[in-house]
Design a protein around this ligand. Structure first.
Ligand code: ZN
Length: 192
């Protein structure tokens, strides 16, 4: 399934396949609270689904860390994405690096600026690939970036790719419940 279908809610969720007469109910098969569409998958209150979202978010943040993303940016992403995904905020990426005060002020000002603008666009849309280009400025704010760090525009490309991968991973986790893991399971469950 393509990510475009997922972003535009053409994914085979229970609302979609119920409309096609292939599933008994449009409601979420896990929490039963409301119709299951792409937005619901991001906010479903079933504990297993929340745990899956947490694991997917953690994977995203660890991958971004491996791309030399500053811990201050990761802390901002963690907080905002925990809010939009209904995950308890654990402060897994609390900044501990000792920076001189001037660098710290410049860095935090840049991150706050980008965070505010991403909030205007929407953090739910961040996961769908609508990512503020200026995150690149926050990535570059600290001049002592490691020489192994990717070039800023390459980092922005990684960021977009990994954010969309987060949406796909969250979808896959929920999809296993609805469709199973094999074609046979899928046919059986659709008749239920
Ligand atoms: Zn649900």
């Amino acid at each position: 399934m393509t990510v475009v279908k997922l972003i535009h809610d053409w994914a085979p969720n229970s609302r979609f396949i119920h409309k096609q007469g292939r599933y008994k109910s449009p409601n979420c098969p896990r929490c039963k609270l409301g119709q299951e569409d792409t937005s619901h998958i991001l906010m479903c209150t079933d504990p297993e689904v929340i745990l899956n979202r947490f694991k997917c978010l953690l994977t995203l943040l660890e991958i971004l860390k491996s791309y030399h993303t500053l811990i201050h940016i990761l802390a901002s992403f963690e907080y905002k994405l925990c809010c939009v995904l209904g995950i308890p905020f654990n402060r897994l990426f609390a900044p501990v690096t000792a920076l001189d005060i001037q660098t710290k002020i410049a860095l935090l000002a840049s991150i706050r600026h980008q965070t505010r603008h991403q909030t205007i666009i929407g953090w739910d849309l961040f996961i769908k690939g609508y990512i503020l280009v200026n995150w690149q400025a926050a990535f570059m704010a600290l001049t002592t970036q490691s020489s192994e760090a990717p070039l800023p525009h390459i980092w922005t490309n990684y960021l977009s790719f990994e954010a969309i991968t987060l949406l796909q991973d969250i979808w896959k986790g929920g999809n296993i419940f609805l469709h199973g893991t094999t074609k046979q399971e899928s046919k059986l469950r659709e008749r239920m």
